[in-house]
Design a protein around this ligand. Structure first.
Ligand code: 2HA
Ligand code: ZN
Length: 285
């Protein structure tokens, strides 16, 4: 089978294009990866060239040894993926101890996966453990309102989870375990990969201060959907904060607990401690 005819490759391309249409991927911003199922990789084996060299990742993910990943290319633009997929995306295989990769298909321009590949691999590694193997997609984007919020919310999982949950009812349904945050760091290397993975052991969504957002999920729809919901909630908060009006009411902890009960959600109660209500009157300054 030709790589571009595979359903998972078609879905990957569509997911990337949908992110572009949302305005999340200026220039070469953002990256996407998909941990292929064994049968998906097996079906495409005849199209792979495994003669290339191994490139060290700078991190090790033993539990992903020998796995294949669909991934966007370094310095490539999401806007071009749909039209020229083989130039802009590729398939990389990890080596037998999960410490290095080789490109086996695609990335015909640049020949390298995203500069955040170490973070993607580390995040896959911890999400595979957190979900008993069901997690397959990691998406990274630069949504404007999420980045804007990182200037005015504290860099803590509590502050972010509380703010997003209060912004719209669906948020606690979509991410009842909350979202993690890391402070600003240099991107594109093993340090931010390790810091990210430490948070993504607990959270399927992670904010990078003054940079963007990572989301993990079992498939493209749920991963994209979680990102979409976080971006929308961030937009609501920015609009509310920008209105200059005191907030009269928002969703309170009891409301979040009631939703969790009604929908049988694994709400992280610890994130409701030290509740910071958006409905506090704005202080004059
Ligand atoms: O690929 O988003 O974080 C460009 C980036 C780096
Ligand atoms: Zn980025």
């Amino acid at each position: 089978m030709a790589v571009l005819d595979a359903q998972c490759v078609q879905d990957f391309i569509q997911c990337a294009h949908n992110g572009w249409l949302q305005g999340w991927h200026e220039r070469n911003g953002g990256n996407l990866s998909y941990r292929m199922k064994a049968e998906e990789a097996a079906e495409l084996q005849g199209a792979f060239d495994e003669s290339g060299e191994w490139t060290p990742l700078g991190v090790t993910a033993e539990n992903l040894a020998n796995e294949y990943f669909l991934v966007t290319g370094t310095n490539r633009y999401f806007q071009n993926i749909k039209q020229k997929p083989a130039e802009n995306i590729g398939i990389c295989k990890l080596n037998a101890d999960g410490s290095a990769y080789k490109v086996v298909w695609g990335l015909t321009v640049g020949h390298k996966p995203t500069s955040e590949f170490a973070t993607h691999v580390m995040n896959h590694s911890v999400r595979v453990k957190a979900t008993n193997g069901t997690s397959r997609v990691i998406s990274h984007a630069h949504p404007t309102d999420v980045i804007a919020l990182t200037f005015i919310l504290e860099n803590s999982a509590k502050a972010w989870s509380q703010a997003l949950w209060q912004a719209m009812t669906e948020c606690v349904v979509i991410f009842p375990q909350g979202v993690g945050v890391i402070e600003w760091m240099v991107c594109g290397g093993p340090d931010i990969a390790r810091a990210s993975a430490q948070e993504m052991e607990k959270y399927a969504a992670l904010i990078w201060a003054q940079h963007g957002l990572f989301c993990a999920g079992d498939d493209f729809d749920s991963t994209f959907g979680m990102m979409h919901a976080i971006v929308k909630a961030a937009e609501i908060l920015i609009k509310v904060f920008s209105s200059g009006k005191p907030v009269l009411q928002s969703i309170e902890p009891e409301g979040l607990r009631d939703i969790a009960k009604a929908f049988n959600l694994p709400l992280d109660e610890s994130l409701l401690e030290d509740w910071d209500s958006l409905a506090l009157p704005l202080l004059p300054f």
